[in-house]
Design a protein around this ligand. Sequence first.
Ligand code: GLN
Length: 196
Amino acid sequence: MTTPLIGVLALQGDVREHLIALAAADAVARPVRRPEELAEVDGLVIPGGESTTISKLAELFGLMEPLRERIAAGMPVYGTCAGLIMLADKILDPRSGQETLGGIDMIVRRNAFGRQNESFEAAVEVAGIDGGPVEGVFIRAPWVESVGARAEVVAEHDGHIVAVRQDNALATSFHPELTGDHRVHALFVDMVRAAA
Ligand code: GLN
């Protein structure tokens, strides 16, 4: 496969920015809202936004089970911020009715870095990405409290885990799609190519 088709889960959140970043990283990118659209893509990005809302909308759109099935079957998936929360096997502090898709053996803490007005940017060194640190944009960002044996920590900030990889799943608590630097998306596009 030379040019993979990558979906962006388009229920809520910063969908457009991911579509642009994926296109810049040499993928064909399109929004995914329905199970039929999910079935067509080679990989999926779950954007940042609000994880409780994304989880409730995924339920409403009949996407929860199809998403879990494809992730369990090895479809490459990349979650940013709220998307990282969606990929966690466990949330420490879920809102009532909040479900995750799971896929990464990790426990996350929502809003761990503080409120909206405590959002910040920081240089983050990511294992597997050459050329120096990426600019991490943290917006009401979660961190990862702990990971299980199968998950690999690929970035930390201030002693907290902020990026994890497990098999074909990647998650960052920051938002590379909001910067002009598409190296994290390029890493994910490579993961999709390798899985094909
Ligand atoms: N704190 C949000 C949540 O719990 C995530 C914020 C974000 O995606 N920028 O879903």
